[in-house]
Design a binder for this molecule. Sequence first.
Ligand SMILES: CCCCCCCCCCCCCC(=O)SCCNC(=O)CCNC(=O)[C@H](O)C(C)(C)COP(=O)(O)OP(=O)(O)OC[C@H]1O[C@@H](n2cnc3c(N)ncnc32)[C@H](O)[C@@H]1OP(=O)(O)O
Length: 212
Amino acid sequence: MSEQNSRGGDDAYEHHGGFPVYEPVKAGPNFGRFVDVFRRLQDLAVSTHAPDDVVDQAIAQAEALGDLLEPYKVGEGKSPAGFNVDIPGRGSLLLPPWTIEKFDADGVRERGHFRRYHLGGNGAVHGGTIPLLFDDLFGMVIHASGRPIARTGYLHVNYRKITPLWDELVVEGRVDSVDGRKAFCSAELRDLDGTVLADSEALMIELLPGQP
Ligand SMILES: CCCCCCCCCCCCCC(=O)SCCNC(=O)CCNC(=O)[C@H](O)C(C)(C)COP(=O)(O)OP(=O)(O)OC[C@H]1O[C@@H](n2cnc3c(N)ncnc32)[C@H](O)[C@@H]1OP(=O)(O)O
């Protein structure tokens, strides 16, 4: 991607602040299923009330699973988790399981749902999960627009309606304007009737060389 950046660079995409250049990490054929299994466990961990002996068995099995996986730990950017665009939530358990539908200079659109793990109060999605969705979306909006890597300066969220668990929803965001290093972005979270459940505005600030 070739464009002038705010510092007059010839190829803005060369500028990664202090970030390494991440390369896509190829996931094995079962990685999507691996993530799904852990999402189910996340849901169950926060939605069960099992007898003590069952909790003890779950602890033993989970510890055995941890022991199985521990030798394969890798550093940031080396696991397919979080970097695999073919898997909902890019394979990151932190992110809700949303799938990218549109990814271009005009903006990014994702479709997905929130699960029991994301419950806040009285059946609604936790209010902290929605800024997470928007923040990650704005990161991708910057990436898709071809701008250099940026960090969120501010993120404002308006909660317009209760956001339900499990219903299919759509979030879409874009860069509205640019002022030097500053990209002003906006996005909306809607249900399938088009009702806005939440909307957001963010300032994404291009990192200077060496900035973490
Ligand atoms: C393949 C698919 C891959 C997908 C990849 C994508 C995944 C996405 C991953 C998800 C990632 C998601 C991303 C994340 O989650 S990033 C994580 C959350 N964000 C942070 O941790 C950022 C922490 N802050 C900083 O590091 C610094 O503050 C930065 C580097 C951002 C700026 O510090 P720096 O010292 O360099 O700059 P400056 O202070 O001179 O400011 C520069 C300009 O900006 C203006 N300004 C600053 N702050 C504000 C404010 N709050 N309101 C209004 N304006 C503000 C300021 O006035 C100035 O304007 P002007 O005077 O020039 O006009």
